[in-house]
Design a protein around this ligand. Structure first.
Ligand SMILES: *Cc1c(COP(=O)(O)O)cnc(C)c1O
Length: 475
């Protein structure tokens, strides 16, 4: 291993590399061009017996690893949902990894526990969440949704399933829209409900859940002897950014006494803007809520903000106290290992603290508003282009569209748009992904990376038009 002085030297060298990387990021192809197996075939089959120099390892990082990376921080990243990072976040992560603390208990790092508590309160205020919510950082929204379903299960069974397992008499049912994220399916499986007990509620023309159909499904299940347990409402679906009507859904969960979990993984950050608070109307009735600062709040992966109405239910569901973890201060402090699944916890609150202070809430709002405006401008250009169709309501900073010159059969349109997307992505300047809406191949474009500016959207629009022109010529 290297010495402290060598560490200092290499650390400086790498910081220079990091700054250059961000400065030159637009020169990297956003989507990696390697083929399956290209990277692994260059990696030795076994670890070295003898030490190797950092110089050699770093050289291989640049030569072997970097070409196999997708450059998520590129302003040309318009695929999936973004995974934001930012300078203050990276700086904090350097400190976090230097401290190398495992923050499972208050006692294993009091500052980590207390900073986490305060950061979750800052976010609660900044996002306009209900005052009675209590927050805790989770690694991902998938984990948070799993915690929500397990908590619902325990509360409903008076905490007996943790102890005795499921009572076969009781067939619990979970409800979400047909557009909900796959993490809901996964959580239903892992929590032991059985995938057949996840009921997918149909969506309307905006791809949001139809609350009347939810009510019908719950009543039908009660009639058939099932036990309706929980509803997952989605704010900002992954396919098209559809927003389920939370207030109406909440009135149904109140009526039938169901757990309401709200998955706002991406769109939750938008409620920092007062003009977007309307999407969380009704949230005061929710039992649990999750959104991801690691998607859209300039905080690098991973950091998911999970809020619950009653923290005692969460803690009673997840706490296990073996002798070796007992401390003298357990009654006075928050031991976050009891607030989720893993025992060990990274010090994630630090990067959020750096981000919120260095951007300031107003700084974040300004960037969000700019991104939303840029997408609206692009949508206007698209609307005035007769060879293009916008296929879903434009919400926040995402557009779903396809090229349709009008003289191509419906079944060939999917193929045309797939070719356009592949051509654009192969250019390396931008990276977009697709979804399907009612069988129609749909290109998704999202402008949510930290450094995505108007000129990147102008460039994307030009590249898309060029690709469409050349692909339509082939037809
Ligand atoms: C991205 C996403 C998730 C999963 O987020 P992770 O933090 O990666 O688990 C869940 N729900 C929705 C709506 C998402 O967009």
């Amino acid at each position: 291993m290297i010495s402290t002085e060598e560490f200092r030297e290499y650390a400086h060298q790498m910081v220079d590399w990091m700054a250059d990387y961000y400065k030159d990021i637009e020169s990297y192809p956003v989507k990696s061009r390697v083929h399956p197996g290209d990277i692994i075939s260059h990696l030795p089959l076994s670890a070295p017996e003898e030490p190797e120099s950092i110089d050699a390892i770093f050289a291989d990082f640049k030569k072997l690893i970097l070409p196999g990376m997708a450059h998520w921080q590129s302003p040309g990243w318009m695929a999936y949902f973004p995974a934001n990072s930012s300078y203050p976040s990276v700086l904090a992560e350097m400190l976090t990894s230097t401290l190398g603390a495992q923050c499972m208990l208050w006692e294993t790092s009091p500052a980590a526990a207390e900073l986490e508590e305060r950061m979750m309160d800052w976010l609660k205020q900044a996002m306009g969440l209900p005052e009675h919510f209590t927050g805790v950082i989770q690694d991902t929204a998938s984990t948070a949704t799993l915690c929500a379903l397990i908590s619902a299960r325990e509360m409903r069974s008076c905490f007996t399933i943790n102890q005795h397992g499921f009572d076969p008499q009781n067939k619990y049912r979970i409800y979400c829209s047909a557009e909900a994220h796959s993490s809901v399916d996964k959580a239903v499986r892992i929590a032991g409900f059985g995938h057949n007990n996840l009921v997918k509620i149909p969506v309307d023309e905006t791809l949001a859940m139809i609350p009347g159909k939810l009510d019908d499904a719950v009543r039908e299940d009660i009639y058939r002897g099932f036990t309706p347990l929980a509803v997952i409402a989605t704010l900002g679906t992954t396919g098209t950014m559809a927003i389920d009507p939370l207030k109406t859904i909440a009135s149904i969960t109140q009526l039938h006494n169901l757990w309401l979990h709200v998955d706002a993984a991406f769109a939750g950050s938008a409620t920092i803007l007062p003009e977007w608070r309307r999407i969380i109307e009704g949230l005061e009735y929710a039992d649990s809520y999750v959104f991801n600062p690691h998607k859209w709040l300039f905080t690098n992966f991973d950091l998911s903000a999970y809020y619950v109405k009653e923290r005692d239910i969460l803690i009673r569901t997840f706490s296990i106290l073996p002798e070796y973890l007992k401390t003298k201060v357990d009654q006075q402090v928050k031991n976050y290992r009891d607030w989720g699944i893993p025992l060990g916890r990274r010090f994630r609150a630090l990067k959020l603290w750096f981000v919120l202070r260095n951007f300031g809430l107003e700084g974040i709002r300004e960037i969000f508003r700019q991104q939303i405006r840029n997408i609206r401008d692009l949508a206007e250009k698209m609307e005035s282009d007769p060879s293009l169709e916008i296929l879903a309501p434009v919400n926040l900073n995402m557009i779903c569209f396809r090229f349709n010159p009008g003289n191509i059969r419906e079944k060939d349109l999917n193929d045309l748009n797939d070719r356009i997307l592949r051509q654009v992505n192969a250019g390396g300047k931008i990276f977009l992904t697709h979804t399907k809406i009612n069988g129609k191949y749909t290109i998704r474009l999202i402008a949510g990376q930290t450094s995505t500016k108007k000129r990147h959207l102008d460039q994307a629009w030009e590249l898309l038009k060029q690709a469409a022109k050349s692909e339509m010529k082939h037809d």
